[in-house]
Design a protein around this ligand. Structure first.
Ligand code: ATP
Ligand code: MG
Length: 376
């Protein structure tokens, strides 16, 4: 009878699977009477599956990727097949556009036409989704009274023109979705949904915070910057430099292999010397380059919206580089903190320090699993 009982027992666990270019992360969470409990988590580097080093960004085909995921599930003792997978931002398009405020049916005709201008492939090849971004003035002040004067900036639109609304457009290539469905099939994963990593990262970081917030995801090959305000995505920007460039700089400077340089990077970061070399001097320019660009994006937004950014969260494996937050703080004119997405889950006390340390890397997978639990 025990097995029969098991058969009907409600499944309370879900996994969040973040397929990054340099490493794949998984987390398994369980819901127990409203509490969110960490069951297990793990990570596996992609490089070695293509005879490349740990920390290197590689593009794995669905077959090898599925093998890696199966290995990861085994290693991390994953016990459920129910969950969600993130779609990389680079395989999607996230853009906000201004359109005239029109009735819903007219807007539904107009947005795909406008979206075409930003989508480099035929519109029939993508899955398109969009939503009107709530007018911040309305949210802050309540609905505007007809003809009531207001002192807040109107975003540069002339009053004589038609009122404009901002629309967030999300497009994913259908081939990308097919690939992920194939991976789910090969790994036996029952994917409840696919979600662009940006939205997962946002869920894990925001805590219902509605102020202007920046999330900086320091991945291996690129750094993704997203600005959120009033709980929705306002802007996304990708910087073509990432944590892998730090490893490459070490390899060049010390004349060692990528693998060796990766090892050194994780040990010494920006704060120690290697022989007579001050690693901070070698590496800070890369980190400064990245954060100067982050700052630029942020300042532009602040100017356009007359809003000040309240917090900058650092996530992604690159954020684990020792000394990086300090350099980031120098370059960015807003409070900078490391993401601590594990705060959202209950875990054994003895894991506290390690979870704090690796937290930023798991932001996307945690965000996915949190939504997975909501949808149980
Ligand atoms: N302890 C550490 N110290 C310094 N750097 C680290 C540490 N752990 C991981 N990294 C770096 O983090 C990077 C990988 O980060 P992450 O796993 O977030 O990237 P990814 O998700 O694979 O990339 P992407 O999101 O761009 O596809 C690598 O460059 C790696 O060297
Ligand atoms: Mg990533």
């Amino acid at each position: 009878m025990a097995s029969l009982f098991g058969l009907f027992k409600k499944q309370n666990s879900v996994i969040g699977l973040d397929i990054g270019s340099s490493s794949v992360k998984v987390i398994q969470l369980r819901k127990d009477k409203g509490r969110v409990i960490l069951e297990t988590y793990g990570e596996l580097a992609t490089g070695p599956y293509m005879e490349k080093a740990v920390g290197q960004a590689v593009a794995l085909g669905p077959d090898i990727l599925s093998q890696l995921i199966k290995d990861l599930f085994k290693e991390a003792n994953i016990t459920t097949k129910s969950g969600a997978i993130s779609i990389p931002l680079r395989s999607s398009l996230l853009v906000t556009i201004d359109v005239p405020e029109l009735p819903d049916d007219k807007l539904a005709q107009m947005v795909p036409l406008e979206a075409r201008k930003y989508i480099p492939v035929p519109i029939s090849e993508v899955m398109l989704d969009w939503s009107v971004i709530p007018d911040m003035r309305e949210e802050l002040l309540g609905p505007e009274e007809p003809n009531a004067p207001h002192n807040l900036p109107t975003g540069g639109h002339e009053m004589s023109k038609m009122k404009q609304v901002e629309v967030l457009i999300v497009a994913i290539h259908k081939d990308t979705i097919k690939q992920y469905e194939e991976i789910a099939r090969q790994t036996g994963l029952e994917a409840k949904f696919l979600e662009i990593e940006t939205f997962s990262a946002m869920r894990a970081s925001l805590y219902g915070n509605r102020g202007a917030t920046v999330i900086v995801d320091l991945g291996a090959a690129t750094t993704k910057v997203v600005i959120l305000d009033q709980g929705t995505v306002r802007l996304s920007h990708t910087i073509n430099k990432g944590a892998q460039d730090v490893t490459l700089a070490i390899a060049r400077s010390l004349n060692v292999s990528f693998a060796k340089a990766e090892e050194i990077k994780r040990k010494v970061g920006l704060v120690e010397r290697v022989g007579d070399r001050d690693m901070g001097e070698t590496l800070s320019p890369i980190v400064e380059y990245i954060f100067n660009e982050v700052n630029q994006v942020m300042v532009e937004y602040q100017k356009k919206r007359s809003r000040s950014v309240e917090k900058v969260y650092l996530i992604g494996g690159g954020a684990l580089l020792r000394g990086l937050p300090e350099v980031a703080k120098e370059s960015v004119y807003a409070p900078v903190v490391l993401g601590t997405p594990f705060d959202r889950v209950e875990a054994p006390a003895f894991l506290e320090n390690i979870l704090q340390a690796v937290g930023p890397e798991f932001a996307v997978s945690i965000g996915l699993a949190l939504r997975g639990l909501e949808e149980l």
